[in-house]
Design a protein around this ligand. Structure first.
Ligand code: PHE
Length: 341
């Protein structure tokens, strides 16, 4: 009787497992036939009525059927899982020929390109980059650079004041001071950065960029300065470019000179870019004033140096033939795209 029931349960369960359409279905059937509430568990309970001799024999039989069903379940489960995976692979196939999302590509700003190139050229002769804050203390922007309180550069018309003792830096020269204060000479540094002056027209922007150079060593002369700038200008603009030093004045350099290069557009013949002079000014330079060294606690009898400060927009204008300085800050893509790649 019981063994017939067992046979029937076995047959029914095998048929049910075979008919399961997916692994979820199959799992439910496993619970149904092999679980605690299932028919096999029921048979075990019915065994209570059997004789002492029959009990172990029948128990063994039930266990065999149970084991057989479990094995069958595992086989079916593996087969269904494989079938499901195959199905997934077939239906979710990637179409690799579809074009991907198009990302707008960025490009370097022309000013950044100039900075990178200047840094690259001067790093070949030992210069490395330093930076400083755009909101600068009066001391660093003026006082330590030997720019006295009554100097015209301090006029509110030229300088953006934050408060009595802070300004938006009007040049990158404060980074000279910060470097000399915090590092031991000899020094060869470059300081590119944004600077601010109350001024705005085709050739002046209230926010423009400079790159400062500073060299401090034991014996430094104007010849070293001129040689360095000549090397730089030829590397940057090309070997045919000539340079010219014009005597000038800066409170923080002595002697001081303005640096002109022969106009790369007309090759010195005279054009609109160079206002028909054949020369274009790129910045100021000079030997570091001993007063500035002393402010940085360097002994002027032991240390000397030169410094230069070039206008980045100026250099980009000359290199790329751009005529309006305001274009650099407008972010007009038609302008910027011309500097891609
Ligand atoms: N800081 C000066 C300016 O902004 C330029 C300069 C730098 C001149 C270094 C001499 C030496 O005009």
């Amino acid at each position: 009787m019981l063994s017939e029931k067992l046979q029937a349960i076995h047959k029914e369960a095998v048929a049910a497992f075979n008919a399961a359409k997916d692994s979820k279905d199959l799992y439910e059937l496993k619970v149904k036939y092999l679980g605690k509430q299932g028919p096999l568990a029921g048979l075990m309970r019915e065994m209570a009525g059997l004789s002492k001799e029959e009990k172990p024999l029948f128990g063994k039989l039930v266990n065999e059927v149970k084991q057989g069903l479990e094995d069958h379940y595992s086989q079916r489960e593996a087969a269904l899982a494989q079938a499901e995976l195959n199905q997934k692979i077939a239906t979710e196939a990637l179409d690799l020929s579809l074009p991907g999302p198009v990302r707008a590509r960025g490009a370097r700003h022309p000013i950044q390109k100039v900075i990178n190139e200047v840094v690259e050229i001067l790093s070949r002769i030992g210069y490395s980059v330093r930076t400083g804050p755009m909101i600068e203390k009066d001391w660093y922007n003026f006082e330590a650079l030997n720019i006295p309180a009554d100097h015209p550069a301090r006029d509110m018309q030229d300088t953006f004041y934050i408060d009595e003792s802070h300004v938006l830096r009007t040049h990158t020269s404060p980074i000279q001071i910060r470097t000399m204060e915090s590092e031991k000479p000899p020094l060869r540094i470059l300081a590119p950065g944004s600077v601010f002056r109350c001024d705005s027209d085709v050739s002046h922007s209230p926010n423009f960029h400079q790159i400062e150079g500073l060299l401090i060593d034991r014996k430094v002369s104007m010849a070293d300065l001129k040689g360095t700038i000549a090397y730089f200008v030829k590397e940057y603009f090309g070997p045919e470019i000539k340079i010219r030093f014009r005597p000038s004045f800066f409170p923080f350099t002595e002697p001081s000179a303005e640096v002109d290069c022969s106009c790369p557009i007309c090759k010195g013949k005279g054009c609109r870019m160079c206002k028909h002079s054949g020369w274009i000014e790129i910045g100021g330079s000079g030997l570091v004033n001993p007063k500035v060294l002393a402010h940085c606690k360097l002994n002027p009898d032991e240390w000397q140096g030169f410094a230069f400060g070039f206008g980045m927009e100026r250099m980009a204008i000359i290199k790329y033939g751009i005529e309006d300085i305001r274009l650099f800050a407008e972010n007009d893509l038609r302008f910027l795209r011309q500097f891609e790649a």
